[in-house]
Design a protein around this ligand. Structure first.
Ligand code: URA
Length: 192
């Protein structure tokens, strides 16, 4: 738990750049960019897809229904969302919550990679196909990768469903989702 002071300053600067960013069309629609939140001084980071309506209004990630479920899942394994770093692949809300476009992902990707480099988490939790494809560079369906752990650049990367998908398919998937979070806990307990 010793993110360097210079890294913390760089992270703050990066946050400011993200708030003013106009690298893709999404800046035209946003109320607020959503750089991320939680703490920088952590060994665990979670990456989602893109801000939705509530996130755009508040400028914070995962503050809507999907965020509530995520928080519940984290709490169930003894983690508070304030103890980890949470961000998204895309920092501005796509209109009508449409899927992010490839050029938007590419425009935003340097921010995400820099955040990961500076926070330097040991464990990355990827929720949903966009964070998986952006970080792992594979275009496989989440059904092929969920529940699996990969090691990349010395980090343990765990892939699972996006919480919005679980909300839409609650009774069929909540048990598996709970199991995934138990698995995340095991990895964290072993590593941290
Ligand atoms: N969905 C995401 O992927 N990220 C958020 O911040 C909110 C909903």
């Amino acid at each position: 738990m010793n993110t360097k002071k210079s890294n913390l300053q760089e992270l703050k600067k990066l946050e400011e750049m993200i708030r003013r960013c106009d690298r893709c069309r999404l800046y035209e629609y946003r109320k607020n960019a959503v750089p991320g939140n939680g703490i920088y001084n952590t060994k665990i980071a979670l990456i989602g897809e893109a801000p939705g309506r509530n996130e755009d209004i508040e400028g914070l990630p995962f503050v809507g229904q999907a965020g509530k479920l995520l928080e519940q899942m984290l709490n169930s394994i003894g983690i508070s969302r304030q103890d980890i770093f949470i961000t998204n692949v895309i920092k501005c809300r796509p209109p009508e919550n449409r899927d992010p476009l490839e050029d938007e992902i590419q425009a935003c990707k340097p921010y995400l990679l820099k955040q990961i480099e500076l926070v330097n988490p040991k464990v990355l939790i990827l929720v949903g196909k966009y964070s998986v494809s952006t970080i792992l560079g594979v275009n496989l369906k989440i059904s092929h990768l969920k529940g699996r752990v990969f090691i990349k650049d010395g980090r343990y990367i765990f892939c699972t469903y996006h919480p919005a998908f679980i909300l839409r398919n609650y009774s069929s998937y909540i048990e598996e989702y709970t199991y995934h979070f138990q698995k995340i806990k095991k990895i964290i307990d072993e590593l941290i």
